[in-house]
Design a protein around this ligand. Structure first.
Ligand code: PLP
Length: 378
């Protein structure tokens, strides 16, 4: 089954009992047992819920993994995955990962004795150099946020396999529509499904897929123990979102490619970051490991003041955090999504005040270009 068909016919289709073509929302917490301990696969909805199971089955299929899990947010997914590790364990982590992931690793798990070292994962030699005897995993995002740096997944896989480490990939930016890290040797893939998978700015959710039964058992134990599960209504909304993932991702990419090209042609823009641009560092790696370049762009307008002016003038770009929805969103990472990263560290990373990030929606790209054009007028 090809990907566009899998999005419609994958996972668990509809309801056998009634013929309903969409999976019912099982708004229920507990299930009748025929005798003590004798049940039909469901006992309590933290442990398992049929609507959530349908979503978990579908995401596992889409990521070509063994088992999927749905959580109450992307951060709940990240935190549950990191709970697989023990006090004293060490992780090597990409240095421009999502700000919330940086925060939970450096301010919460660090306190519990799970330490992280942050390095530029687009430079494999830095990842290798950071590995300690107690390192258990490498955790990366590719392309990264907000500079769209590309990490070579095959190189990460060979480093991890030679050292016996797990490779964990946050695949939020490309989704399984464009990139399948498990196929390239990653062990765990996770998503903030709040973004492209939900796709309509109406759900907060996280998803995880693992590539072995053993890790599946371990993660189900943690999901049930920690309890940050996704409710049935939100599970249903994600399945509804997934049906149009292909249509949306193609349109996001079409718009992003047009906008990036147009921005790159302007003399009043310092730099444009989009993996689909031929001169983007990592363009060739992105081409080799993913089927598409995604819908995220960032560009430097030179100063914080100019960035603020542009943001105040756009009509079709909503000033908001988040990304991956049908409507175009615009933000200044240094002052919004990445504000929790200390200023000197932001400067080191190149997340300057004039950097604008755009999540290109599914509007007509011509309208988006016209709008940016008037917003960039001096
Ligand atoms: C938003 C985001 C997260 C966190 O997800 P929430 O759903 O907001 O908890 C993690 N990783 C990436 C790449 C994100 O964009």
């Amino acid at each position: 089954m090809r990907l566009d068909t899998k999005l419609i016919h994958g996972g668990i289709m509809g309801d056998k009992q009634t013929g309903a073509v969409s999976v019912p929302i099982y708004q229920v917490s507990t299930y009748q047992q025929e005798a003590i301990g004798k049940h039909r696969g469901y006992e309590y909805s933290r442990t398992g819920n049929p609507t959530r199971t349908a979503l978990e089955t579908l995401i596992a299929e889409l990521e070509n993994g063994v088992r999927g899990f749905a959580f109450a947010s992307g951060m709940a997914a990240v935190s549950t995955v990191v709970s697989m590790f023990n006090q004293g364990d060490h992780l090597v982590v990409g240095d421009d990962i999502y700000g919330g992931t940086y925060r939970v690793l450096s301010k919460v798990f660090n306190r519990l004795g799970i330490r992280s070292t942050f390095v530029d994962s687009s430079r494999p030699e830095e990842v290798e150099a950071a590995i300690l005897p107690e390192t258990k995993a490498v955790y990366i995002e590719t392309p990264s946020n907000p500079l769209l740096k590309v990490t070579d997944l095959s190189k990460m896989t060979s480093i991890c396999q030679s050292k016996g480490l797990l490779l964990i990939v946050d695949n939020t930016f490309l989704t399984p529509y464009w990139q399948n890290p498990l196929d390239l040797g990653a062990d765990i893939v996770l998503h903030s499904a709040t973004k492209y998978i939900g796709g309509h700015s109406d759900v907060v959710a996280g998803l995880v897929v693992v590539n072995s039964e053993e890790m599946g058992e371990q993660l189900h134990f943690l999901q049930n123990s920690i309890g940050a599960v996704l409710g049935p209504q939100d599970s249903w909304l994600l399945m509804r979102g997934l049906k149009t993932l292909g249509l949306r991702m193609r349109q996001h990419e079409k718009g992003a490619a047009q906008l990036a090209k147009w921005l790159a042609s302007r003399k009043d823009i310092e730099s444009v970051f989009y993996p689909g641009l031929k001169d983007h560092v990592g363009h060739e790696i992105a081409r080799a490991q993913a089927r598409g370049f995604g819908g995220m762009i960032s560009f430097d307008v030179g100063s914080g003041q100019r960035a603020e002016e542009v943001l105040s003038r756009t009509k079709w770009f909503t000033l908001a955090e988040s990304l991956g929805a049908v409507e175009s969103l615009i933000s200044v990472p240094a002052r919004m999504t990445h504000a929790s990263i200390p200023e000197e560290r932001r400067a080191e990373l190149g997340i300057v005040e004039g950097l604008i990030r755009i999540s290109v929606g599914v509007e007509d790209p011509e309208d988006l270009i016209e709008d940016l054009e008037q917003a960039l007028q001096p």
